[in-house]
Design a protein around this ligand. Structure first.
Ligand code: NAD
Ligand code: AKB
Length: 316
């Protein structure tokens, strides 16, 4: 039975990944950790939860030893907008954190999941149907840490035989936990504002096209990739995945099918707009389909319907 450690477990992804892993592998076999204080509640209270700063190698060694860990989902990081506001901190958390995780994986023979991003590409990359193997010259500190992270995962796989696996995640849309300082956060905010106020002012321009996926698909993708037959995996840095390529105007139109009076206007934030303009408009995720059967269930309309229903219930 797998014994799993999750870093950055209180974030947008961890809040849904941890329950999914606990359902699949057993509550006691999934250790949720974060820099922020964990407040055990419900099922989490029955499982080990810990404070863990991924920039402190001793804390990682201690957790892996204490809980006899054999698999690490390393989620702790600063996202693109937060990273641009604090580049030195972003380098420390995103790079030292991953290095420490890979070193502890080398010491104890752990499997590692690393979440890369569409941010790992830059303005020199082919922007439509960006291939799995493409030019990667990002212009953000976030993207630089993601490319370097991908290369480090490749290196630890080929040099030390560590079982590293990763995804280049698109923007993730979800209702359980708020997003943590990214450029694609607008897509989540729009749903909250649509339900609460019937209107939203978007910080990206109407026609900014980016890849997105609904969180349940992303979680399934992470768990499936980690369980996939290793002999089928051609890439140990990160696989492109996507479920939809959409603009703010597309999402607003999908919301309007359920909330007809919903209004959107635009007050563009130049920093986040510049980040978005440097990213792909759509990814080619055929390698993920071929190698480990990536198959998202939610397109824009299915995601919008579910998101509005779940969020309306949550905000009651
Ligand atoms: P998030 O910002 O919501 O959560 C990150 C968590 O990491 C937070 O709970 C934070 O407290 C924790 N953290 C920060 N510094 C830490 C440290 N030093 N030690 C331990 N924990 C620390 O992020 P998320 O959206 O859950 O993303 C998780 C990972 O997935 C990140 O690597 C991110 O780059 C990647 N990713 C996310 C998205 C997305 O849309 N959410 C898309 C692409 C890639
Ligand atoms: C961000 O916007 O920073 C993240 C990502 C796509 O990596 N959501």
């Amino acid at each position: 039975m797998a014994r799993i450690l999750v870093t950055g477990a209180l974030g947008q992804i961890g809040s849904e990944l941890v329950p999914a892993l606990r359902q699949r592998y057993g509550v006691d076999n999934v250790v949720a950790t974060d820099l922020k204080a964990l407040q055990p509640s419900g099922a989490a209270a029955l499982a080990p939860d810990d404070h863990l700063d991924c920039t402190e190698p001793n804390q990682l060694h201690e957790a892996v030893r204490r809980y006899d860990i054999d698999s690490i989902y390393h989620l702790a990081a600063l996202l693109s907008a937060s990273a641009e506001a604090a580049p030195q901190l972003a380098w420390s958390v995103n790079m030292s954190g991953l290095y420490n995780v890979l070193e502890v994986a080398r010491a104890y023979g752990c499997q590692v999941f690393f979440p890369s991003s569409i941010g790992a590409f830059g303005p020199d990359t082919q922007r439509d149907m960006t291939p799995q193997v493409a030019v990667q010259r990002p212009t953000t500190i976030y993207g630089i840490t993601k490319v370097a992270g991908e290369l480090l995962c490749d290196y630890y796989a080929s040099r030390f035989g560590i079982d590293t696996r990763g995804l280049r995640l698109p923007g993730l849309i979800s209702y359980v936990a708020a997003p943590g300082g990214g450029t694609t956060d607008y897509a989540v905010e729009m749903f909250y504002h649509a339900i609460r106020y019937g209107r939203y002012t978007c910080f990206l321009s109407a026609d900014t096209r980016l890849d997105m996926a609904y969180m349940p698909d992303a979680i399934t993708g992470m768990v499936d990739l980690m369980a996939a037959d290793a002999s089928r995996l051609r890439y140990r840095n990160a696989y492109n995945i996507t479920a939809m390529s959409v603009t703010p105007e597309d999402i607003a139109a999908a919301i309007r099918k359920h909330i007809p009076g919903f209004e959107i206007d635009y007050d563009v934030d130049p920093v986040r707009q510049a980040i978005a303009d440097s990213w792909p408009r759509s990814l080619d995720d055929s390698a993920a389909h071929a190698d480990w059967d990536w198959a998202p269930r939610y397109d824009l309309d299915a995601m919008t319907k579910d998101m509005l229903a779940r969020l309306t219930e949550k905000l009651k």
